[in-house]
Design a protein around this ligand. Structure first.
Ligand code: ATP
Ligand code: MG
Length: 670
């Protein structure tokens, strides 16, 4: 098993610490009913839960009919060789046809698919008809480069339309893509090229990042000097920044505008088996070495299309949808490329950072395009909180009607801020729990049905079977805590870890017989709603009590002087572990002895004395993955004076030097 430490004794989380804290977090009984008009016109009503409960496979078979199949499937699930699932196995379809061509055939060619907003302010509106031509040209170009069904293509691009076009062109040819986040180093890229044995790399000269062009091609050139990348025969380069000094390897490198530009803009898509591989994507590496997750076609597209329709209540004729994720992580795959386009949505694609050139950029974009549905991550919401309420207040955000969150547990404080300052105290928030491995959303409120609670992902979606179990795999009663597990296969589940079936079995299916172990701690409240408590690897054991990092972090963030917090358990001779908190202060808060005491006392008051951090360290930045998740395992390494583990997916390794430099003085405080 790939856990950082022994978790066998962890997570009897129904104990007093957690219950008290939950009661505290819910002390105002904050619950929000869906707006009446949204509920009255919702795409999905409470009946969906009943239908799916009565006939789960029938429910998914019905959802599969959202897609256009070249051969309709007659089988739904083949679970004869668990945990290797086959969904809709005798069906055939083309994913790109479903995301693009069929909308044009249905008379929607003039609808905008993508409103692209470049960081420098350049824009491009791409209709479905243009998208069809672009994807066809790109597919023809890849064919000219020798890409055939089954060949792997690495995509290493900024957030520009060509990223989506490249993914769809690969899907059209049945060539699985492996998108590598554009901010990763040459080493990280090389490892992924090697692991997937990619034949072609699609990249760009560079992208814009914080007001400046930032080169990408040099990292590809460097990656391709490393062992294991020899099978890459072509590098397709999009000209984005127009940097003049692009190094060129003749015979290998080709400009996108040359080769794609001269192709025919028609291409006949071929239908592939529903279990044909669609993509490999590496997890974000929060808990250890990234895993190459394999997704296939029919079941994946069914679930991402259904959940995008249900959870965002998407009305494709009128909504303008915006997911701020990068295409380099799974949210960008499922909820920028495949789900929204399968549903014929109009969406915004933004290249840059939220604070370029100013901290109101996102809200300016919402106002400009009349965005109605916004999907983002808690880390971004906390950053906006830190920048101040006055910034979003300058923009007209009244178009927003549904807000989504993904990536980490959302602190109740951040949830309330999001609702109040972005959603005008009106728009429902859907807190969606899922993973690279699950492919699509698994737990979430439904905006027209669920009475939402700040900080809870609440219930499995219709057709999804999830629960919380204890160490012995027994389902915990309402009010109890333990491990989140998925008890039935689902259409967009990973099929394996690329090239490593054994690791697939060990990581997900060996902890609890017949159940998928997600690696996350969770608890059920008195209504049976599920609250995510962070990774089980991160749960702290203090004097016999299991304490969740999420709860202590949320308590810290609820203090007016704290913008962000990361909490870890460090080995302690007296108490097994002691709680060590790293906090980012809000702009004006001063760092002094008094503040540290104040924060410790605040947590003690919120959660009980046992949850008081032993150490509180104000820091300027926290170590985060490229997808914005806090990497607690690195903080644990620092707190325990160990060498850092895998840092390949860390945004900025300088952050760790700064934190390490702070630690000794803080340690001497107690
Ligand atoms: P690795 O598996 O390599 O350690 P990772 O788990 O961070 O990386 P992802 O698949 O991107 O990689 O993240 C999935 C995880 O993110 C979930 O297991 C969960 O811990 C967390 N997560 C995602 N959405 C939510 C949410 N809405 N609430 C709580 N946690 C969430
Ligand atoms: Mg994970």
């Amino acid at each position: 098993m790939s856990y950082g430490r022994d978790t066998s004794h962890a997570l009897g989380m129904g104990d007093d610490v957690s219950n008290e804290s939950l009661a505290n977090l819910l002390k105002e009984e904050r619950r929000f009913a869906p707006p009446a008009d949204l509920a009255a016109n919702a795409n999905v009503t409470a009946a969906a839960y009943e239908q799916a409960a009565a006939d789960r496979l029938g429910f998914w078979a019905a959802q599969a009919r959202r897609l256009t199949w070249a051969t309709e499937p007659t089988e739904t699930l083949d679970w004869s060789n668990p945990p290797f699932a086959k969904w809709f196995a005798d069906g055939k379809l083309n994913v790109a046809y479903n995301c693009v061509d069929r909308h044009v055939e249905n008379g929607l060619g003039d609808r905008v698919a993508i409103h692209f907003e470049g960081e420098p302010g350049d824009t491009r509106a791409i209709t479905y008809a243009e998208l069809q031509r672009e994807v066809s040209r790109a597919a023809n170009a890849l064919t000219e480069l020798g890409v055939a069904a089954g060949d792997r293509v690495a995509i290493y691009l900024p957030m520009i339309p060509e990223a989506v076009i490249a993914m769809l062109a690969c899907a059209r040819l049945g060539a699985p893509h492996s998108v590598v986040f554009g901010g990763f180093s040459a080493d990280a890229l090389a490892t992924r090229i090697n692991d997937a044995d990619a034949r072609v790399v699609i990249t760009a000269d560079g992208g814009y990042r914080r007001g400046k062009p930032s080169a990408l091609k040099p990292a590809v050139d460097e990656a391709l000097t490393k062992p294991g990348t020899e099978n890459v025969r072509s590098v397709l380069v999009v000209r984005r920044t127009g940097q003049e000094d692009v190094a060129w390897t003749e015979g290998r490198d080709v400009w996108w505008h040359d080769i794609v530009g001269r192709q025919s803009d028609t291409h006949t898509p071929e239908a592939f088996d529903a279990e044909h591989p669609l993509f490999i994507l590496y997890t974000s590496g929060t808990t250890g070495k990234p895993k190459g997750i394999l997704h296939t076609t029919g079941g994946y597209l069914t679930q991402v299309a259904y959940t995008h329709h249900a959870v965002f209540d998407l009305k494709p004729e009128t909504d303008v949808y915006w997911c701020t994720a990068d295409v380099g992580w799974v949210t960008g795959h499922s909820y920028i490329t495949y789900g929204p386009l399968a549903n014929g949505a109009t969406e915004v694609l933004y290249e840059g950072t939220p604070d370029s050139p100013h901290q109101g950029r996102w809200w300016e974009i919402v106002q400009k395009y009349g965005v109605t549905i916004l999907y983002t991550a808690p880390t971004a919401i906390r950053a906006c909180m830190k920048w101040g309420d006055d910034i979003p207040a300058k923009y007209d955000l009244s178009s927003l009607r549904v807000l989504g969150s993904v990536g980490e547990p959302i602190n109740p404080e951040a949830w309330m801020w999001y609702r109040k300052h972005i959603g005008a105290d009106q728009a429902p928030i859907v807190d969606t729990w899922w993973q690279t491995e699950t492919g699509g959303m698994m737990l979430s409120p439904l905006p027209g049905v669920t009475e939402t609670k700040p900080g809870s992902a609440q219930r499995p979606l219709p057709g999804i079977a999830a629960t919380v179990v204890d160490d012995e795999a027994r389902e915990v009663p309402d009010g109890g805590g333990g491990y989140l597990v998925l008890t039935e296969p689902w259409p967009s589940m990973l099929r394996t870890i690329w090239g490593d079936d054994q690791r697939y079995l060990d990581t997900y299916w060996s902890r609890f017989e017949g159940k998928y172990f997600a690696g996350d701690g969770a608890k059920k409240d008195e209504d049976g709603d599920i609250w995510l408590l962070g990774r089980v690897d991160d749960v702290m054991l203090v004097s016999g009590h299991n304490i969740s990092t999420t709860e202590v972090e949320s308590a810290l963030v609820s203090h007016p002087k704290v913008a962000e917090a990361a909490v870890v358990g460090a080995t302690d001779p007296q108490t097994t572990q002691s709680i060590c908190a790293f906090v980012i202060l809000r702009g004006s808060a001063a760092e002094d002895e008094g503040l540290v005491e104040e924060l410790r006392a605040h947590v003690g008051k919120q959660l009980g004395p046992i949850a008081k951090p032993k150490r509180v360290l104000p820091v300027a930045e926290l170590p985060k993955t490229r997808s914005g998740k806090i990497m607690r395992r690195l903080l644990r390494d620092v707190a325990e004076n160990r060498d850092l583990g895998d840092v390949s997916t860390l945004t900025d390794s300088g952050v760790m030097d700064l934190i390490q430099a702070k630690l000794p003085s803080a340690a001497s405080e107690d």
